[in-house]
Every structure is written in structure tokens, then in C-alpha cells.
Design a binder for this molecule. Structure first.
Ligand SMILES: *[C@@H]1O[C@H](CO)[C@@H](O)[C@H](O)[C@H]1NC(C)=O
Ligand SMILES: *[C@@H]1O[C@H](CO)[C@@H](O)[C@H](O)[C@H]1NC(C)=O
Ligand SMILES: *[C@@H]1O[C@H](CO)[C@@H](O)[C@H](O)[C@H]1NC(C)=O
Ligand SMILES: *[C@@H]1O[C@H](CO)[C@@H](O)[C@H](O)[C@H]1NC(C)=O
Ligand SMILES: *[C@@H]1O[C@H](CO)[C@@H](O)[C@H](O)[C@H]1NC(C)=O
Ligand SMILES: *[C@@H]1O[C@H](CO)[C@@H](O)[C@H](O)[C@H]1NC(C)=O
Ligand SMILES: *[C@@H]1O[C@H](CO)[C@@H](O)[C@H](O)[C@H]1NC(C)=O
Ligand SMILES: *[C@@H]1O[C@H](CO)[C@@H](O)[C@H](O)[C@H]1NC(C)=O
Length: 279
């Protein structure tokens, strides 16, 4: 309804100069391509984000939806079912992240007790020979024989005994020590630590070291697609409009598989994705 405002003379002159200096439409300059965005390096602590992870300013289309990480001043954390997992390392050649329970990072006495779990859609269950250690809390110290693998925690505002065991040996241990506990959780540790923690002389310091060395998870994402995309100088990501699909972001544009994929130039109607829709 309102007439357009005339640009001020200064602005007009500026625009003309800009149009001469920059010889193509300014609109194009203002758009940062997804290729550029996904190539930006995002770090937190000593870890650099790699596909399929995203977050902390790296958009979801540079990764895949479940792999969001948040930077908590000194480390990336992955959130799953009320538990934060601190990312210690990330290795895209083996598809492995090493994570440690953030709630057990500075103390073996967390405020809330949660088991260690992961999303089996995102991580494939390769356990790298790791073993669980079980932490028992709120235990009665009336037992006749005291196990050495004991530590103290203030649970529910009460100082109470806690114990750690290599999970595989628990039936054996619990039968020998008539200790009763309110609750327990399990945490994976590597094989070396599992063996150490099962020894009668295992200490709470060793438990702490085991918990802070973390455990490995192997992620599942479009590995073959991503390898092919990167070989064609593309950057891996997901389709911004259908986030479950893979996308390859390239200097020359966006493709579903590889940069300048010749199959794709034949037209989208020939792509595999459309076939089920026509059945
Ligand atoms: C696991 O990840 C998938 C893929 O991101 C997601 O759809 C699903 O909701 C996740 N499951 C849970 C329990 O968070
Ligand atoms: C952890 O898992 C064990 C075994 O599945 C279960 O007995 C225990 O209650 C769980 N602990 C918590 C805090 O959920
Ligand atoms: C803490 O108290 C709650 C409620 O009384 C109880 O269910 C829970 O098992 C207690 N936790 C521990 C570790 O003793
Ligand atoms: C439990 O007690 C039995 C019999 O006394 C013994 O043979 C076994 O080694 C003990 N297990 C542990 C883990 O101490
Ligand atoms: C610990 O011992 C006390 C007294 O013997 C008993 O009332 C309580 O239920 C016991 N708690 C557990 C977790 O076994
Ligand atoms: C377990 O972790 C410790 C410390 O992080 C490391 O020195 C050791 O080599 C690891 N062992 C295995 C079997 O990975
Ligand atoms: C993303 O998905 C849309 C709709 O499924 C499709 O039209 C488009 O070609 C896809 N883009 C890429 C880069 O794969
Ligand atoms: C592209 O098309 C060729 C020939 O039609 C086929 O052999 C090849 O597998 C296709 N590549 C992809 C990535 O679909």
C-alpha cells in the first residue's frame, strides 16, 4: 500500500559503486554456501567436530540428526536419556568416539543414579572388548567380611558405603559378601581396567582413572556415501529438507551422492528415492 521509500542519495551512490566493484548480483555474495559452512572447523577443548556430528554453531545439515553435541566450556557433550557423555576423542577413520560419563568425571558419587546407555540406532554396539564395572550405592556395612573395593558416598543425605565390582564376577562376589545395597549402575571400561578393578587390591583411585579414561562407541552413519563424497572433494551432510537422507555439499552445488554426480544430472525422477513412490 505504502509507496517504496527512495534510497538516500548516499546509499544510492554506495550501491552503484558496489554494483560496479562487485560484478555480479550482491544477493549471491550474502549467501554462505552449505559447502563453506560444513567446511568450517568447530572445536571445543581438544576435539574438532567431524561428520556426522554437529552443534555449537555447526548446522544440523552438516551432520545427522541424532549426533548433536553441545560445547560445555572445556568439552563436547552428548546427551542421552538424562546423562551427559563427555567426548574425549573422535576418530572418523574408525567411526569411533571415546566418551566418559560426565556425572562420574569429577566424582564417583553422582547426585542421581543412571545406567550407561546409548542409542542403538546411532551406535552399532561394537564394544571393543570393553567390560562393565558395577557401582553399588547405599549399602549396609553390617557385613562380616569387608571387601576392599569400597568407597564412601553421601547418598540421599546419608553417608553410606559403596562398592565397585567387575560386573562379570558379581554373582561370585555378592555371594561371599553379605552386603545389601539400594541401587547400582554399570559403566563400561576397557579390558585393562576391568582386569585391574577385579584385583583384591584395586583402589578408588584406579576406579577414578578407569572412569575418566572413558569407553568407545562406534557410530553408524553413511560411511560409504561419505567416503565417496569426500573423494569427489565434497563435504558430507544431510539433506536440509529431508534430514534422514545423505547429502554431498560441493563447491559446484549440492548433490545426493557425489560432486557432479553424472547420474543425477539425468534428472531427479530417475533417482532411486522416487521408485517406491510410483509402486
Ligand atoms: C535414536 O536416534 C534416532 C535417530 O536420530 C532417533 O530417531 C530416536 O528417537 C533416538 N532414540 C532415542 C530413544 O532417543
Ligand atoms: C541399572 O541396570 C541394572 C541392570 O539392568 C538394574 O538392576 C539397575 O536397577 C539399574 N540402575 C538404575 C539406577 O537404573
Ligand atoms: C535414595 O532414596 C530413594 C527414595 O527413598 C530410594 O528409592 C533410592 O534407592 C535411594 N538411593 C540410594 C542410592 O540409596
Ligand atoms: C567366594 O568364596 C568361595 C568359597 O569360600 C571361594 O572359593 C571364592 O574364591 C570366593 N570368591 C571371591 C570372589 O572371593
Ligand atoms: C540396613 O540395615 C538396617 C538395620 O539392620 C535395615 O533396617 C536396612 O533395611 C538395611 N538396608 C539395606 C539396604 O539393606
Ligand atoms: C585402557 O586404557 C588405558 C588408559 O587410558 C590404556 O593405557 C590402555 O592401553 C587401555 N587398554 C586397552 C586394552 O585398550
Ligand atoms: C533433498 O531432498 C529433496 C526432497 O526429497 C530433493 O528434491 C533434493 O534433490 C535433495 N537434495 C539433495 C542435495 O540431495
Ligand atoms: C551411475 O550410473 C551408472 C550407469 O548407469 C551405474 O553403473 C552407477 O552405479 C551409478 N552410480 C551411482 C552412484 O548411482
Amino acid at each position: 500500500m505504502k509507496p517504496h521509500l527512495h534510497p538516500s542519495p548516499t546509499l544510492f551512490v554506495f550501491m552503484v559503486i558496489l554494483a560496479i566493484v562487485v560484478r555480479f548480483p550482491t544477493i549471491r555474495c550474502q549467501v554462505t554456501s552449505r559447502y563453506d559452512t560444513c567446511g568450517e572447523s568447530i572445536e571445543c577443548g581438544s576435539v574438532q567436530l567431524e561428520y556426522p556430528f554437529w552443534g555449537s554453531g555447526r548446522p544440523a545439515y552438516c551432520g545427522h540428526s541424532g549426533f548433536q553435541l553441545t560445547c560445555r566450556s572445556d568439552a563436547f557433550v552428548l546427551n542421552y536419556q538424562s546423562v551427559e557423555y563427555r567426548v574425549l576423542r573422535m576418530d572418523s577413520s574408525t567411526l569411533t568416539i571415546t566418551v566418559a560419563r560426565n556425572d562420574l568425571w569429577a566424582t564417583e558419587c553422582p547426585q542421581y543414579l543412571h545406567n550407561t546407555t546409548y542409542n542403538t540406532t546411532l551406535f552399532n554396539g561394537n564394544n571393543f572388548g570393553q567390560e562393565d564395572v558395577s557401582l553399588y550405592y547405599g549399602c549396609n556395612s553390617t557385613a562380616q567380611t569387608f571387601p576392599t573395593n569400597e568407597f564412601n558416598c553421601n547418598v540421599n543425605d546419608t553417608e553410606s558405603d559403596s562398592y565397585f565390582y567387575r560386573t562379570n564376577l558379581i554373582n561370585n562376589n555378592l555371594a561371599n559378601f553379605s552386603v545389601q545395597c539400594n541401587d547400582h549402575i554399570t559403566v563400561p571400561v576397557n579390558q585393562t581396567w576391568a582386569t585391574q578393578l577385579a584385583l583384591p587390591a584395586a583402589t578408588t583411585d584406579q576406579l577414578r582413572s578407569a572412569l575418566t579414561s572413558g569407553f568407545n562407541l562406534q557410530w553408524t552413519a553413511y560411511k560409504n556415501e561419505c567416503d565417496r563424497c569426500m573423494q569427489s572433494d565434497g563435504r558430507c551432510g544431510s539433506n536440509a529438507t529431508s534430514p534422514e537422507s545423505f547429502a554431498c555439499y560441493c563447491a559446484s552445488g549440492e548433490f545426493s551422492l557425489t560432486c557432479d554426480n553424472s547420474n543425477e544430472s539425468e534428472g531427479k525422477s530417475f533417482s532411486n528415492l522416487d521408485i517406491p513412490l510410483r509402486l
